[in-house]
Structure formats: structure tokens, C-alpha cells
Design a protein. Structure first.
Length: 150
């Protein structure tokens, strides 16, 4: 989504939305993409090229790109995300239809763990940073919300 040049407090960015968790528990390590990570770059297939932030049209624009890539059988993708100001992570995945979200909607399924799937969501950058802060706070190496359950 195009970042706003107006006097808004926080621009709108494309972020990760976790749809299905890992079967190995890797999402607890921080190596996997997490809800609220800010998408910086998408590298699709061998001939489709790379698309970088800001993403024109936000989630809708990226869904159109994923649809075109899927139709062209260019389903491999590398997603590079930002956490905070200087931490980055990547996910190697394949583009698959997200049947629960409707027609022409796609999600990314991890190559390393097919149970792990992510989608995209338009959020403010401040909202993403809040999510990142809340999810990354831990006690004894566990996410904070899990310590309340135990």
C-alpha cells in the first residue's frame, strides 16, 4: 500500500497475518514470520521479479499480483519482512489459493513446514509495532500470553 505523505501519525503498511501455525512450534523462536511483521519485499518465481514496499493498492494490489503469478505457474515466493526498525526475517513459501477467504484470494504456505501459512493485512505502522511489541515480550523464553495460561 502506498505510504501516505500526509500529516498522518502513522502510514498504512502491508503486514503479515498468520493463518495457520507451525506443526513444529518454530513460530515461538522468532525465525518464522509473525502477525504484525511489516512486508518490505516480495520475490516471486523465476521470471516474475521483485516487488518492494510501498505496495500500490495494499493487500488488494498484492492479491492481484499473487493471482497473476499463480495463473502463470510462478508459485515460489520469498517474503522479506521488517520487525521494528532494524530486524529482518524471510520466509520461503509457495502461493496457494486461500479457499476460506473467497475467490481469487491467496495465502503463502511455508516450504519448510506446509502447516504454516500466512496472509496479508493492511495496518498502520504503529499498529504493527504495537503487535510486534506485545508478541515479542516474553518471560522465561515463552510469549507473555502463554505465561498467563501456564
Amino acid at each position: 500500500m502506498e505510504r501516505s505523505n500526509s500529516s498522518e501519525a502513522s502510514p498504512t503498511v502491508l503486514s503479515i497475518e498468520c493463518l495457520r501455525g507451525s506443526s513444529t512450534g518454530d513460530e515461538w523462536t522468532g525465525d518464522m514470520l509473525q502477525t504484525g511483521d511489516i512486508v518490505e519485499d516480495l520475490r516471486i518465481g523465476t521470471s516474475f521479479g521483485s516487488v518492494s514496499a510501498p505496495f500500490k493498492g495494499g493487500k488488494s494490489g498484492v492479491q492481484k499480483i499473487l493471482h497473476s503469478a499463480y495463473k502463470a505457474k510462478q508459485t515460489s515466493i520469498v517474503v522479506r519482512v521488517r520487525r521494528g526498525t532494524d530486524e529482518f526475517a524471510e520466509l520461503q513459501a509457495c502461493i496457494v489459493p486461500n479457499e476460506s477467504a473467497g475467490r481469487k484470494q491467496y495465502m503463502l504456505r511455508s516450504i519448510g513446514d506446509p502447516n504454516y501459512a500466512v496472509g496479508f493485512f493492511d495496518r498502520t505502522e504503529a499498529g504493527c509495532l504495537d503487535l510486534q511489541g506485545n508478541e515479542r515480550i516474553s518471560l522465561f523464553g515463552w510469549p507473555l500470553w502463554l505465561t498467563y495460561i501456564i
